[in-house]
Design a protein around this ligand. Sequence first.
Ligand code: PEP
Length: 290
Amino acid sequence: MEITADSTSGSVNRPEAEPPIILLPLVPSAFNAVLDMRKPIIAANWKLNKGPSDTEDFIRGFESKLADFPKGVDIVLAPPFVSLVKATELLSQSRVRVSAQNMSEQDNGAYTGEISAFMLKEIFVQYVILGHSERRSIYGETDAIINAKVLKAHEVELKPIFCIGETLQEREDGKLEKVLRTQITDGLKDVTEKQMLDTVIAYEPVWAIGTGVTASPQQAQDAHAFVRSVITDLYGISVSEKVRIQYGGSVKPGNAAELLGQKDIDGALVGGAALEVSSFADLIKNGVPE
Ligand code: PEP
């Protein structure tokens, strides 16, 4: 039987008696989109380290190693505010993206010391870390404040790296799931489905951040699976299976492979091990096999 495609409408003309033929649109780009559904994302959170000249030194060293890195991973550097312009200029032709570590939920006005989402966009920043446990515990950021920042980031098309995680006390008291559910539900209030797909979640147990203590791969996987189940409850499975969830908390070159090998772990948010080019580069290579 001859089947012809109508070039104007894209429909298929065939004799009436024949059973229908289902044509699956597996063109290469759609196929890649399926494979890319959860491309790993590894981000360096430099915290209060590296002014513009240290940022430049790092980027020059890091760029020279980029050719060795696996292609299937998004790489993000988050320097302090004063180094962002240097980073976006040096990386303007690179596959490496730049993130801020925080921003204001306000647009402008009498907010001394703050930086707005629009300002970050103006200097070509693409991601912003929001709700890091240090912002929550040291600077008193609540779920409501973090939610306002997440919504503001999406308003200007900055991608939030939205951090959540329990303290040791909360885990020991059996409150892990309650804490995570509240942080997610309140922190992502009014975030649309489309915006959710552009949100990266970083699960960072507070007891593992900067302590050298890492969650076991099983502990991390269990928490990630729970986080994904909450996203399923809020947005449905077709969204939750696409949302990337990073693990953060003492990730190093030596434990990256096992952690990132877990089914629901889609990358890492890295502090200490991302301060040196060699250790961050090894962590990426170990964490994401070719
Ligand atoms: C972090 O700052 O988000 C972090 C995970 O730090 P570290 O890797 O040093 O534990």
